[in-house]
Design a protein around this ligand. Structure first.
Ligand code: NOJ
Length: 550
């Protein structure tokens, strides 16, 4: 068993975590000042979203210089101090690495624009116009065509994301060598691993044909998701960087089937340590379309989670477990109840996640039950993806009110509100004006939660502790107990020595369920268990974990 299989990862979105200099943007010194807090929580690794030099069109996922820390976050010395201070506390640091695209302000792209003969031109993906139009019908994940015309070159470049984020050409060995060199630079600084942004998109089909548009999912992704050479490229990075440095790596693998996720993460293949997949957080999309008011059925959610649990384990893959990150609205607002049952909901989601097989991730604020931003006007948004989606909805005749409701439910900006440390105006996040302003004052903060009896933070702490000490949570086989239960998610984990049962009531109504024999309560999100001999009555959003030793 590898150490990172027992540990918990905490994701920091630096821009929104802790500002130390009053400019309204979180920074490295701010993170350092909160390391004791994270150590107290018990996490073993931190994943930092990108802090490299960037114009910030996609909050750092548009890298202009891979070798420099953006001054807005601090200096390279600050970064080294962060590494040092984290390591002193036995916390590992995983950096985000974006290798599918760069910013158009990257030196490579500026050179690429100069002429077709420039050596950097072939670092990117260019095509000539076809009948005066885009080379194919692929759609950008940030809306509109995935191609941008450059009149000076009479060519289009590919951008699967924002128009300011051109895709890199991994077929070019020079580009690959340049990337390996850069990865080694960060490895030599002493970091402990990488989270690899949209890494399954780096290898595009050679002829790049039109897609069918038979469904919203046939928008080009069939020709670049898990493309022809992706496993070779990742294995090459493993051989050159990840393996020799004993890195912990996690790949962001959207739209990926289990069979592929297994290839990326089965240790025998020497690619990545674990996989982020997203099927469970797409459960409330309507026919694959994210930008709708969605509803979900618990049985759909449990069936997706169960499929990944069983099949990854059977084939030697490893899941990264999460509900939230900087690209997802808060799960507490989406799948449970963020008002009357806020604490119970936060704890229920935590228990369900930590009971599953894989490595659990906490996104900043989960541990204090942070909820969606619920912005009421498009002017309150910064995020290009959300703004483009809003404009597209309006262009398609959706009225403003509905479009805002859809964003309140689906926009990733919901999760980017500054971290709530205390009850002051901007929650102790900044002494200045935060880059993203909360609309309502939410009275939940670290300070308040830590003073509450049986609080969410301590519940997470208990779960992190359990994961470290109960092997069955790491290696136990998973079994869904009732696939047709649309109110309570019950599953079992078992190895040769013990068994765990998790039961989680995803409704605001009481639910009675059979209690298996010989199990003891390990943890629950209500004070006492309501049970008689063979029945447990689960109160609204109640979740319980039972255990039994053989
Ligand atoms: C995934 C990142 O998590 C997201 O924030 C970003 O917009 C895209 N990749 C593009 O890099």
């Amino acid at each position: 068993m590898k150490e990172w299989q027992k540990e918990t990862v905490y994701q920091i979105y630096p821009r929104s975590f802790q500002d130390s200099n009053g400019d309204g943007i979180g920074d490295i010194n701010g993170i350092i000042s909160r390391l004791d807090y994270l150590q107290n929580l018990g996490i073993g690794l931190i994943w930092l979203t990108p802090m490299y030099v960037s114009p910030g069109n996609d909050n750092g996922y548009d890298i202009a210089d891979y070798y420099q820390i953006d001054p807005v976050f601090g200096t390279i010395d600050d970064f080294e101090r962060l590494l040092n201070e984290a390591h002193k506390r036995d916390i590992k640091i995983i950096m985000d690495m974006v290798l599918n695209h760069t910013s158009n302000e990257n030196h490579w792209f500026k050179e690429a624009l100069k002429s077709k003969d420039n050596p950097y031109h072939d670092y990117y993906i260019w095509k000539d116009p076809v009948d005066g139009h885009e080379p194919n019908n692929w759609v950008s994940k940030f809306s509109g065509s995935a191609w941008k015309y450059v009149p000076e070159l009479d060519q289009y470049y590919l951008h699967l994301y924002d128009v300011t984020m051109p895709d890199l050409n991994w077929r070019n060995p020079k580009l690959r060598n340049e990337i390996f060199k850069m990865l080694k630079f960060w490895a030599n600084k002493g970091i402990d691993g990488f989270r690899l942004d949209v890494i399954n998109n780096i290898s595009k089909a050679k002829d790049m044909p039109n897609d069918t548009f038979a469904t919203p999912l046939d928008d080009g992704r069939n020709f670049y998701t898990n493309g022809p050479h992706v496993h070779e490229y990742i294995h090459e990075m493993y051989e050159k960087v990840f393996g020799p440095n004993k890195f912990v790596t996690v790949g962001e693998l959207s739209s990926t089937p289990v069979s592929e996720a297994v290839k990326y993460t089965n240790p025998k293949r020497q690619e990545l340590s674990m996989a982020f997949t997203f099927h469970h957080v797409k459960v409330d999309y309507t026919n694959g379309n994210k930008w709708t008011l969605g509803h979900y059925k618990l049985t759909d959610l449990t069936s997706i989670l169960s499929k990944w649990q069983v099949q990854m384990n059977r084939q030697g893959g490893w899941n990264a477990l999460f509900w939230n990150n900087h690209d997802q609205p808060r799960a507490i607002s989406r799948f449970t109840n963020d008002e009357k049952y806020r604490d119970q909901s936060a704890k229920l989601l935590a228990m369900v996640e930590f009971g599953l097989q894989g490595t659990p991730y906490i996104y900043q604020g989960d541990e204090i039950a942070m909820k969606n931003a619920y912005f009421t006007d498009i002017s309150q948004y910064n995020d290009h993806e959300s703004i483009n989606a809003y404009n597209e909805l309006i262009d398609n005749g959706i009225d403003k009110e509905l479009a805002i409701m859809i964003l309140q439910q689906k926009s990733r900006e919901n999760a980017r509100l500054p971290m709530q440390w205390n009850s002051s105006k901007y929650y102790g996040f900044t002494t200045g004006q935060p880059w993203l302003k909360p609309l309502h004052h939410d009275d939940y903060s670290v300070e308040k939660v830590l003073n509450m009896k049986d609080n969410v933070f301590n519940f997470y702490k208990a779960l992190i502790f359990l994961r470290k000490h109960k092997a069955v949570l790491v290696d136990g086989e998973y079994k869904l107990l009732d696939a047709n239960d649309n109110s309570v998610y019950s599953y079992e984990r078992s190895n040769n020595n013990s068994k765990i049962i998790v039961m989680a009531n995803f409704t605001a109504q009481e639910q009675k369920r059979k209690l298996a024999e010989g199990f003891n309560l390990i943890l629950g999100n209500y004070e006492n268990l309501q049970s008689n001999e063979d029945t447990v009555t689960l109160r609204p959003y109640e979740s319980v974990m039972f255990g039994k030793k053989f």
